[in-house]
Design a protein around this ligand. Structure first.
Ligand code: DOR
Ligand code: ZN
Length: 347
């Protein structure tokens, strides 16, 4: 048996949704994570400090008693975002970061940004006062092959933002390609990237194993093995610019198992155990804490958590629950990788 103790992890990218789903999924995150950045892509989206505060209160109600979890709220950038309101909400602590969805890039992104030039004044204000920009980095041009949308975004959009505003703190979220790894590695000091457990665990074959696998469909879409290998290499290297953002994205099974299934993988439940296994497989367990508990906090100028967790490796594989139940009829599929996991969280 083997044991490790690490600083309690943070998840710098979660979707909690709202209503009954929110009540069911929040505890899955709070049991293993101390803090999370919460995505604003609700219907309608979280657009300002007031929306963020009300949403935060709904999240806080769903946190099990005795847990000290902290949700960090975001607003959804649109071409109408008011920079003075944003400044005020940031100063009052209502808003932690701003999310840029290119319009149409993913789930509930219709009110996102069509023309980057229109939001440059808001981004300038953010750079001045230090508000982080979180980016879904894919172009939305339907002519561009879905597997190339991240790489083209780097060339056509991210490069422009980084060169125009080198002082802006940017997280390129849920990166999926070797190109993004390289871009972020070589980029300015204010640019970092988050990586999900599913993009570390799977390549694009997982979408088509003997048939179509809707539960492995997410955006950005899974990529070739060479890209997964580049992600694994950088995540396990301890490089300060790369950290965990799970992009845990609950959808009801009915909405995933459909002729037009939703994008998103719900991975909150066993995320840390899966990551421990992946790092162990690479002989990189000493760098797990950097990826899940240190690098993200460092990027956001936050202190690391005081608490620790203890993980134990046994010779018995972890048995995964298949579903998180919402009510008698509705459930969410829990992410399970195609390899055995021997790590557990002991306490
Ligand atoms: O797979 C995804 N699901 N990617 C996203 O960017 C959004 C998310 C969601 O909200 O379901
Ligand atoms: Zn997301």
């Amino acid at each position: 048996m083997k044991q490790i103790e690490i600083i309690k992890p943070d998840d710098w990218h979660v979707h909690f949704r709202d209503g009954e789903i929110l009540k069911a999924v929040v505890p899955e995150t709070t049991k293993n994570f101390a803090r999370s950045i919460v995505m604003p892509n609700l219907i309608p989206p979280i657009l300002n400090g007031k929306d963020a505060l009300l949403y935060k209160k709904r999240i806080e109600k769903a946190i099990p008693k005795g847990e000290k979890f902290k949700p960090f709220m975001t607003v959804y950038l649109t071409e109408n975002t008011n920079k003075d309101e944003l400044k005020e909400s940031y100063k009052n602590g209502l808003v932690f970061a701003v999310k840029l969805y290119p319009a149409g890039a993913t789930t509930n992104s219709d009110s996102g940004v069509k023309d980057l030039r229109k939001v440059m004044p808001v981004l300038e204000t953010m750079a001045e006062i230090g508000i982080p920009l979180l980016i879904h980095g894919e172009v939305t041009d339907k002519e561009v092959d879905i597997f190339d949308r991240e790489k083209i975004f780097l060339d056509q959009k991210l490069d422009f933002i980084c060169n125009s505003l080198p002082e802006l703190k940017i997280t390129l979220e849920h990166i999926t390609t070797k190109d993004a790894v390289l871009y972020v590695k070589e980029g300015n000091k204010n640019l970092a990237a988050s990586i999900t457990p599913h993009h570390l665990a799977l390549n694009r074959n997982a979408i088509f194993v003997g048939g179509i696998r809707p539960h492995n469909y997410c955006l950005p879409i899974l990529k070739r093995e060479i890209h997964r290998e580049a992600l694994i290499k950088v995540a396990t290297s301890g490089n300060l610019k790369f950290f965990l953002g799970t992009d845990t994205a609950p959808h009801l099974t009915n909405d995933k198992e459909s002729a037009c299934g939703c994008a998103g993988i719900f991975n909150a439940t066993y995320c840390i155990q899966i990551l421990a296994q992946l790092f162990d497989n690479e002989n990189a367990l000493p760098n797990l804490e950097k990826f899940v508990s240190r690098n993200g906090a460092n990027h956001y100028n936050l202190k690391i958590n005081d608490e620790t967790i203890v993980m134990v490796k046994s010779n018995q594989t972890l048995s995964f629950k298949n579903y998180l139940n919402i009510d008698e009829k509705q459930k969410i599929k829990i992410f399970k990788p195609d390899f055995s996991v021997f790590w557990r969280i002991a306490y």
